[in-house]
Design a binder for this molecule. Structure first.
Ligand code: AMP
Length: 510
């Protein structure tokens, strides 16, 4: 499928499939006609506000229809959106406002902090705007190299980085998703589970709306509760499943999660972290009619740039699941630490060059210059991921070269967790270390702490006090699940905390 313009294509779907359901969130549904009219009305309203050209709009909420309608309203009015999940810590919101400098905030859910420096559209007002009767012409939508969305990831300094994804970047990704590589049929029912602030969500909502499909939203409260999750999933009538492998592992805990209870499920699309052989094998056995795809990519290159269908042959021929072949419009260079290209079979850093690579981090030239380069005239990103390429062009992932980890699909920088732990009044020094399972996947995040003098009778009471201090500072997914107390931190010869040594110690390799 050739897509010239994401916004216009979704509008055309709304004209030809007026009454088809675009968004289904268990208790409410919205048609394509509603989606078009609500986003048009919002765009008309935003245009009247005359906020400065190119300033982004922050959109805050969970897995609701109003999020997608607001994303479209925002880009229709010529402004990129910054999706921020309802489960974000307050400090993240303030950081994003400070760095992203949005000209408007749309609060689909109630904001946890008061925002006075930027105009805010609350839920009630949004409903009123959606339903107003105005005329709108699409005269100034986001186009070409202009930002379509900005997704914030975590940065090593503790400040998040805003990855700018342009309309051109998104076109490159969307055309690939709807190419023969994935057999994405028109009108598919697609799971929409990853939060919209995580770019994996772009893999579900954008191709679905471009191809007359229905987004089947799974709200977080349902996803987090096994009982209601297991009951709800079979009722969703899914054709495509998009998630991290960790979320499929949760679904697999239910022995009834299989082709019989999901007769229409024909594809699993994974991205964001290692897909283990165990998960792939279980899915192949339970879903004989479904294709399983492993895809790989960082937010900085628009969701994913490599992919492969995992068949029994692939499992039999590989110890670990390969991350696939690079998409046709993109080049991958495997390079050594000096930036020299390596040959087939040699492991080095993945550098991605092509039309889906971001122009860089918003308002952060320093971090942009450190990670983005040009290769053969193409915009390129140094991923910090290690891989080798075999003679057939297949890429094999070898982990990260730095201390950034993936836990349950979330990207976590160990230094950032440590820095936040140190904000507790009871903490003298802290580091965070991952514990890996036999497949090399992060299984647990541990905190190693040198505590300040205190009178707690038991370590658990100290841990509770630290957690309480950090309640409004730390995102829940970043909170370590075990706390280990020491009298001092081990140091390297240079006098730095020996993080590698600690990782080896907790993993039994010291
Ligand atoms: P994010 O930008 O949050 O999507 O995180 C991107 C990072 O997730 C990559 O740089 C990889 O380290 C990791 N990642 C993404 N996809 C895969 C995959 N299929 N296998 C292993 N790691 C992956």
């Amino acid at each position: 499928m050739i897509i010239k313009n994401v916004i216009k294509t979704i509008d055309e779907v709304a004209i030809t499939n007026a009454n088809a359901i675009a968004y289904d969130e268990l208790t409410r549904t919205h048609t394509y006609t509603q989606l078009k009219s609500h986003s048009d009305n919002l765009a008309a309203y935003i245009e009247k506000l005359e906020i400065e050209a190119i300033t982004p709009i922050m959109i805050y909420g969970g897995q609701q229809y109003e999020m997608i309608a607001s994303f479209l309203g925002s880009v229709k009015s010529g402004h990129a959106y910054i999706p921020v999940d309802v489960n974000s810590a307050d400090e993240r919101l303030t950081d994003i406002i400070e760095i992203g400098q949005p000209g408007l905030v749309i609060a689909v859910d109630e904001l946890p902090i008061s925002i006075t420096q930027v105009p805010v559209i609350n839920q009630e007002k949004l409903e009123e705007i959606f339903n107003q009767d105005v005329h709108f012409d699409l005269t100034n939508p986001v186009k070409d190299d202009e930002n379509f969305y900005i997704i914030f990831t975590s940065g090593t300094t503790g400040k998040p980085k805003g990855v700018q994804i342009s309309h051109n970047n998104l076109i490159s990704f969307s055309e690939w998703m709807l190419s023969d590589d994935f057999n994405w049929e028109n009108g598919s029912n697609v799971l929409s589970q990853p939060p919209y602030s995580f770019d994996l969500s772009v893999m579900d909502w954008v191709p679905t709306l471009l191809s007359q499909g229905t987004l089947k939203a799974l709200p977080k409260n349902v996803a987090d509760d096994f009982k209601s999750l297991f009951k709800t999933l079979p009722e969703m009538d899914l054709n495509k499943w998009v998630s991290t492998p960790s979320f499929a592992d949760v679904a697999l805990l239910d022995p009834e999660f299989n082709q019989e209870t999901h007769p229409g499920l024909n594809a699993f699309l994974f991205c964001g972290e290692v897909l283990t052989t165990t998960t792939a094998q279980k899915l192949l056995e339970r879903f004989p009619k479904a294709k399983i795809f492993n895809t790989y990519g960082p937010t900085e290159a628009t969701v994913a740039v490599t992919g492969i269908q995992i068949t029994q042959d692939v499992i039999d021929q590989n110890d670990k699941m390969p991350i696939g072949y690079v998409k046709s419009d993109t080049e991958i260079i495997i390079q050594d630490p000096d930036g020299m290209a390596l040959t087939d079979g040699e492991a080095g850093e993945i550098v991605i060059a092509g039309p889906s690579v971001s122009k860089g981090y918003l308002n952060n030239p320093e971090k942009t210059a450190a990670a983005f380069i040009t290769v053969n005239g193409l915009q390129a990103y140094k991923t910090g991921d290690l891989a080798s390429r075999d003679a057939n062009g297949l890429l094999h992932y070898k982990g990260r070269s730095d201390f950034q980890i993936k836990l349950h699909g979330f990207r976590i920088e160990l230094e950032e967790v440590a820095q936040q732990l140190q904000q507790s009044q009871w903490v003298e020094q802290a580091v965070a270390v991952p514990r890996y399972d036999a497949d090399g996947k992060v299984k647990q995040l541990l905190a190693i702490i040198v505590a300040k003098e205190n009178n707690f009778e038991k370590p658990i009471l100290l841990t509770n006090a630290i957690k309480q201090d950090l309640e409004n500072i730390m995102m829940p997914y970043m909170m370590p699940s075990r706390f280990i107390y020491r009298d001092s931190m081990p140091l390297t010869p240079n006098g730095k905390i020996n993080l590698k040594g600690l990782i080896a110690e907790v993993n039994g390799n010291a």
